[in-house]
Unconditional design. Sequence first.
Length: 151
Amino acid sequence: MIEAQRMLPSEEQIAVFVDRFYGNVRADAVLGPVFARAIGGEWDAHLARMTDFWSSIVLGSKRYQGHVMARHMELAGVEGRHFERWIELFVATADDAFHPDVAAEFVRPALRIANSLQLGMFGWDYEIPAAQHALLKSYLMPRPKLRTRSA
């Protein structure tokens, strides 16, 4: 394994990942229309915000300033199947973009956030799909120490 692969991603790599993921979302028959309604012509702003978000989550940059739950509660017509598809695309894109140890640094929090959003949006009696629980469990293995990039 190349040691560089075991390093946390750079800001540029996070931006490329975000662009690639949301390119997949926009092209997706299930998610594309939902995002088109919610984002309209504001894709550049959304991509910048999501890059800040994932930089904050993965690198601890604290650049993202927002309330994730409140933003999602505003969305109309979102169902469990949308979360399932979002997770499927997110995991596939992360696995394609990064070494598995690095991809897990994105997927693990994404799954936890998805669980919280679903419960917040659909109510506490909503049942998170078993496959989603199993996927999260598979990412909860012991975490390797990833090095940060030197300046």
